[in-house]
Each structure stands twice: as C-alpha cells, then as structure tokens.
Write a protein that binds this ligand. Sequence first.
Ligand code: SF4
Length: 114
Amino acid sequence: MSKQLRLFTPEDCARGREASQDSRRALKNVNEMIAKANLHRPEAEIAKIAKRLEDTPETMRRTYLRAVSGRSMAAGIKAFCAECVGWDRAEVARCTAPACPLYAYRPFVDRRKR
Ligand code: SF4
C-alpha cells in the first residue's frame, strides 16, 4: 500500500507565511494577547503578567505567554533563560553558569557542536 504524499506549491507556502504573519500582527497588543491566552488566573496575577509582558520584547512575548499559561515547560525554560541574559538569544548560548540547574536545558544552543 502506498501513501500519497501531498506536495506543497510555492503558493501554498506563501499563503501559510501570510496567515502566520497576520496572526502575529494581530497579537501585538498586550491586552489582546492576554485575553487570547485564556490564563485562568486571578485579576491581580493577570495584571502582573500584563506588566511583565509589556517589558518583554515582541519576539519573545508568545513564548512568555505559553510559559505562564502552563502549557509548555520548554517555553518556560526558554523564557526564563532569555530573560536571565537580557533577552539576547546569543547570550543564552554563551551562558557561563554551568552550575545553573537550567544550564543543560538552555535553548538557542547548537547541541551538535558539543
Ligand atoms: S542556564 Fe544560564 S541563561 Fe539559563 S537561567 Fe541559568 S544562568 Fe540564566
């Protein structure tokens, strides 16, 4: 029995990219992002999360929200490490704290080079 493969055309890829960019643009507003995240937290906690989200660079906001929503441990580690080094991904890879409990799990590292 042969499986039928679906081949994506360049137009399919372009449509997918546009849809993805549209959804990212739509989530730029912090309050909108918080509302869409469905955090199920008390008001006081939501206010603190909103404040921190405002201080988070746009490129990391979705990761931060996935982390605080409790939906992804990987996002939690990624957000924590990125925040630890001032939101600079390259600095996470160059982290000089091998005794940190997250060191072995830190993101943005090319593990093939070890
Ligand atoms: S592994 Fe490094 S970057 Fe990540 S939390 Fe620990 S000290 Fe910070």
